[in-house]
Design a binder for this molecule. Structure first.
Ligand SMILES: O=C(O)[C@@H](O)C(=O)COP(=O)(O)O
Ligand SMILES: [Zn+2]
Length: 210
């Protein structure tokens, strides 16, 4: 894809997230690798519903701004994940309602915030590790995500939101939507006896891949 096509896709996905209630106000940020030296990221403070192609930020891998407005304050963790994992080509960070509600619960399993009860959760993301709470934009979030960048596709930031990676922007968006839907089911099922997938059922799905 050309830079312009990536920018247009980012604007379109941001608007779609916003219109469907996945993001509100200025919360959340998106990024995609343009090539091995450059990353496209949403500007800080911008509403995902009102992104403009010409204002999107282009950064080099050291965080220098090459084009556009001042980048997201979370661009430090985005860049860190790209540096660490060559297979990560796009990142979605949202404060979507159900995943953020989940991120506020006490006693989450740090290795996997949601035990699997549907196959698609396993097929798309597998597990969702929990990053302890840090102030948004802090270097500690980047450090924690960097340490885990090779060991998962989805990370819950405690009391904050979710970070999801993908092979491209569409893949990262689809992974995020699947996760949010799973979290919605999780809360819908509260008070009911959930039949979780067994370890063998999870392994079978992991072995088959997507
Ligand atoms: O929660 C926050 O403040 C950030 O993580 C966020 O979601 C929006 O920050 P910017 O991308 O700098 O607007
Ligand atoms: Zn945030």
């Amino acid at each position: 894809m050309t830079d312009l096509e990536q920018k247009e896709l980012m604007v379109q996905l941001g608007r779609s997230f916003y219109e469907r209630g996945y993001s509100v106000g200025g919360a959340g940020n998106l990024s995609v690798r343009l090539d091995e030296n450059r990353v496209l990221v949403t500007p800080t403070g911008s509403s995902l519903g009102r992104l403009k192609v010409e204002r999107l930020s282009v950064l080099d891998m050291d965080g220098n701004v090459l084009e556009g407005d001042k980048p997201s304050k979370e661009s430090v963790f985005h860049l860190e994940m790209y540096r660490k994992n060559p297979k990560c080509n796009a990142i979605v960070h949202l404060h979507c309602t159900y995943l953020t509600a989940l991120s506020c619960l006490q006693g989450l399993d740090p290795t996997n915030a949601m035990k699997a009860f549907t196959p698609y959760y396993v097929m798309r993301v597998g597990k969702m590790q929990v990053i302890p709470y840090y102030r948004p934009g802090s270097p500690e979030i980047a450090r924690e995500l960097s340490e885990r960048a090779l060991s998962g596709k989805a990370f819950l930031l405690a009391n904050h939101g979710v970070v999801v990676t993908g092979a491209d922007l569409l893949d990262a968006s689809d992974n995020t939507e699947e996760l949010e839907e799973t979290a919605k089911l999780f809360f819908t099922l509260q008070g009911q006896k959930i039949r979780y997938l067994t370890d063998d059922e999870v392994k079978d799905l992991e072995n088959r891949g997507k």
